[in-house]
Design a protein around this ligand. Sequence first.
Ligand code: M6R
Length: 598
Amino acid sequence: MCGIVGYIGKLKATDVILNGLKKLEYRGYDSCGISFLNEENYKYVTYKTPGRVDHLINSYDYKMNNFIGIGHTRWATHGKPNQVNSHPHSSASERFIVVHNGVIDNYKELTARYLQGFSFISETDTEVIADLIENFAKTMSTEEAIRKTLSLLEGSYALLVMDKEKNDTIYAAKNKSPLLIGSSDKGVTFGSDLMALVGNSDYYYLIEDKTFIVAQKNGKTTFQAYDIIGKSVKLQQHKMDLADNEIDKGGYEHFMLKEISEQPAVIRRIISKYLINGILEVSEKTKNLFKNKKRIYILAAGTSMHAGFIGRFYFENLAKIPTEVFIASEFAYNPPLLEKDALFVLISQSGETADLRTCLVNVKKMGYEVLTITNVITSTLAREADHALEIYAGPEIAVASTKAYVAQVTVLAILAYVLSEEKPFDLAFELSRLSVAMEAIIDKKEYIEKLVEKKLKKRNCFYIGRGIDYYTSLEAALKLKEISYIQTEGFAAGELKHGTIALIEKDVPVIAIISQKAINHNTRNNIQEVRARGATTIIIATEALSDSADDIILSDVHEFLSPLLTVIPTQLIAYYKAKELKLDIDKPRNLAKSVTVE
Ligand code: M6R
């Protein structure tokens, strides 16, 4: 969602910030802005615009020298995505300039109590933060005024503040919303996501909640971290191991196509990470979390929840542990009656999803242990859980999740397999075979592009399947709708005739997934039912279960692993439909990569 970048040091701040904001575009936003100090006249400049960072870059002049600045991409929560509401925001006298991610729950109460007589330009909660600092700075030092403000804020924030009376300093603070610091001999960079620090930081530091940072250019640029009462704290240093070329399109037209194509390599990377002395293993710490647990509760959102459904199948069929899956936003406020001896498994690509964070806080309060499965091992959900398992998908930039989904399912399979007493097959071998089968279907992408042109012509569509193919149908439907805006539903094939078949009319596309021998026959009957009502069908089947007239025939893989293969043509279908419609594939409308508000 919103993105923050700030810089102070030897480089041109606007270059670092605009470049950083471009790298955060994948998170989703609808307006953006930047403030910096023009070194030539020592005046602060603020540029803001609705729309893309490219517009911010092309509409304004950045020729002046500058060494300090803050920037922001905003995903509207309080107020429309227009120029006035975009960040940075200034305090009433314009002394303080602020960028903010998160939501301040008590901003109205704070306004009533401390800001009588202030008038506001924007509809945002952020402007209130700037004014609170200004109000307290009348009688306090800048640091004290910011700390006093922080002590009053309820809700989530990652904040950067500049004070026009202190041209050499950026102040930062965080609570619940992510914020990191990057450092090198060229300066200090702040970013709400590691991506924003790549390219100009040798080291990065994670900031704990309720920490306050002061970064200063005094010859060399350094920073100091403090807790909320002003006691100095030490942040753990991490070596930056991401390079710029790991987050570019690498010659592909879109990140989504690049990420779809990377999936066979992701499977092989995961095998290598979890293979110890030739055997798939997870740490003792991970295994201990499952000891004496009578039930697993999986919590997740969107695509990660679909991975959770497949995970449930693995936990129940391999590890023999009863498992339930819940939508995080529902579980957070409507939890069911819970088993006492249970483990919570949170699945999240970003590790920052706000709905999940609420669940994590709630279940920890109830005394449960939590395992997070994530692509970002430095994320909030990874750090706050009892333990975290990394999925090793590599940076996923396209909003539509593809390789992270496949990596989540793979790690869930490995975990359930390690926990299973009988190892009914050689998982490492089957995963390697799967990666070859994935390559084969990715190589046929032009064929899928043509199939989409020919058969997907309506503004609505259905995916059907049974068993684990039904879960893939849910994921396939989400992918098609989120990037092509075509209304698509995933259905249990047998359920269609209990109501939804009424929607089937001439040429409505119904895409069926068949990878499970036991229910092949039943799904094929359901296909006949929709064909009889005029549907245009696309059948995706594994070779052993296929019919020569099927549209997409996939190599045979172990049935347990088939969801990792059948999902790939569905990702390509979504991609090519969105491409045909000339839509913004990597940044679909209204969506954000990392959903950091509830
Ligand atoms: O980062 P997370 O895995 O927690 O994100 C959860 C969902 O927001 C995410 O999977 C979303 O559904 C994707 N855009 C789907 O492609």
